[in-house]
Design a binder for this molecule. Structure first.
Ligand SMILES: *Cc1c(COP(=O)(O)O)cnc(C)c1O
Length: 468
């Protein structure tokens, strides 16, 4: 399997090259040259362990690795080291909650970032050289990336967060990690400033090459890919438990990485009939799927900060397929968006923008009410992101198929929202979180300036280890 850029201006690359490249060198996103069809095999996967299922799904995408190596990496990632079951489903009320928060940082991003850390280490061990990962985070990505890469040979990881603007728990999940290859940077600016610095440095090809800069954000294909597996897991488990022939899946959405993995799973042949895209008040994607118009709004702060986005970085991959898998047409849409702050995709006869998707938004009030009601009726505590997904599922028109809701974080990561919703401070607790408050922290504060970050990387990475 080769990988191509959505912008069509690089030569196809192998899987391992795609992982190391992160953002495509032409500024586009890397995607597999075709979507594998596994329909003939799916029924045989029902009894597989998570690691076995991951192997059967992922081997289609990772054809440049010997199968024994792939199996070893998957076993190392999703075995006991993961810390808990990867993707169990529990029935709550009439819904099936897919709990994706049993990993080290208690958010679904661990599923992909634990694998990505192992992949980077494997590729570097064989090729030689080093990798410097640069990421920007508003909270969850940074901690999951740090925990995926801590202590790994050949890797230094630099994570920028907006100083004083991530939650105290999220900050501690990053800054209490003692490994010498982890470098936290508190930027005196906003999350958007951090992201701008990251994008500027990642687009500076001479710098990217001289410092072997890689990406841990969801532009990295391996992150989307790893997430495809749990859509198969949930669809197989819930169809088996209910006797239904397919499910629909509600996905709390920010950068469109997670739900895009669901879309790939559906196209590959997982028994998924439809995806429900759930946003908070930052509803650019919800508006798109209901009207065909993708246009910028203002970022609003909500109780679900990991979904507070303005532009969804993974949406370009979806748009590429929408544009008939034509890079030139995609470039036209991206140009339209860059120039006008909006783009438009026509709908057929005034019908749905895409029959594969339903979309609904949650206000802050909807989010709290959903948390409160589910606790009261089912004694189950939803985190605020998951609550947006559950609310969207409840808004969707009734359907014959059972509904899976992705639980993307453990509620203990967001105690203020849980207390506000339920009036109780004792519901959102977890010993792992309480321990964090006792540990020493490490972090470097830098001005909101790409030069300062560039200089910090330069000084931190030993000169003799810099490779072209
Ligand atoms: C990152 C995140 C999301 C959004 O996922 P995307 O892939 O960006 O759409 C939702 N919930 C939680 C808890 C997250 O950390």
């Amino acid at each position: 399997m080769q990988y191509v850029s959505t912008r069509g201006q690089i030569e196809p690359v192998s899987f391992q090259q795609a992982v190391m490249m992160g953002l495509a060198d032409d500024g586009g996103l890397l995607i597999p040259e075709r979507i594998p069809d596994v329909r003939a095999e799916v029924d045989g996967w029902r009894e597989s362990s998570y690691a076995e299922l991951a192997f059967d799904v992922l081997k289609n995408f990772m054809t440049d690795m010997p199968e024994a190596d792939l199996r070893a990496i998957i076993d190392r990632t999703y075995g006991p080291a993961y810390g808990g079951p990867v993707a169990p489903t529990v029935a709550v009320g009439g819904l099936h909650i897919l709990e994706l928060w049993h990993g080290p940082t208690m958010a679904f991003k661990d599923v992909a970032l634990q694998l990505l850390g192992n992949l980077f280490e494997y590729i570097l061990a064989r090729r030689g050289g080093r990798l410097n990962l640069l990421g920007a985070t508003s909270g969850d990505t940074g901690s999951a990336a740090i925990h995926g890469c801590r202590g790994r040979a050949g890797i230094d990881i630099f994570i920028m967060h907006p100083r004083g603007r991530v939650s105290p728990i999220q900050e501690r999940q990053m800054t209490t990690v003692p490994d010498a290859n982890v470098h936290n940077i508190a930027v005196e600016g906003s999350f958007d400033d951090c992201q701008t610095i990251m994008k500027t440095l990642a687009a500076d090809l001479p710098f990217k090459r001289a410092y072997s800069l890689g990406a841990v954000n969801s532009v990295n294909w391996a992150r989307v890919m790893a997430q495809i597996v749990y859509y198969f897991r949930a669809a197989l488990d819930v169809t088996k438990a209910t006797g239904a022939d397919a499910v629909r899946v509600s996905v709390p959405t920010g950068n469109f990485g997670d739900i895009l993995a669901g879309w790939y799973a559906m196209k590959m042949g997982a028994p998924i009939r439809r995806l429900i895209l759930a946003t908070n008040e930052n509803d650019i994607l919800c508006r798109f799927f209901n009207t065909g118009e993708y246009s910028l709004g203002e970022v609003r702060q909500t109780y679900s900060p990991s979904m507070d986005i303005q532009v969804a970085s993974n949406f370009e991959r979806y748009l590429y397929y929408r544009a008939g898998s034509e890079a030139a047409a995609l470039r036209g849409l991206m140009r339209e968006f860059a120039e006008a702050g909006a783009l438009h995709v026509p709908t057929e006869d005034g019908g749905a923008v895409d029959p594969d998707f339903l979309a609904a938004r949650s206000t802050n009030e909807d989010c709290l009410e959903t948390i409160r009601r589910h606790h009261e009726r089912h004694e189950y505590v939803l985190d605020p992101h998951t609550a947006c997904g559950v609310h969207a599922a409840e808004q969707a028109p009734a359907a014959a198929e059972p509904t899976v809701c992705l639980a993307t974080a453990h509620p203990a990561k967001f105690p203020a929202a849980i207390e506000k919703a339920t009036g109780r401070a004792d519901l959102a607790r977890h010993p792992k979180i309480e321990e964090l408050m006792e540990l020493p922290t490490r972090c470097r504060t830098l001005p909101n300036d790409k030069q300062a970050v560039r200089e910090f990387i330069r000084q931190t990475v030993p000169q003799e280890e810099q490779t072209a």
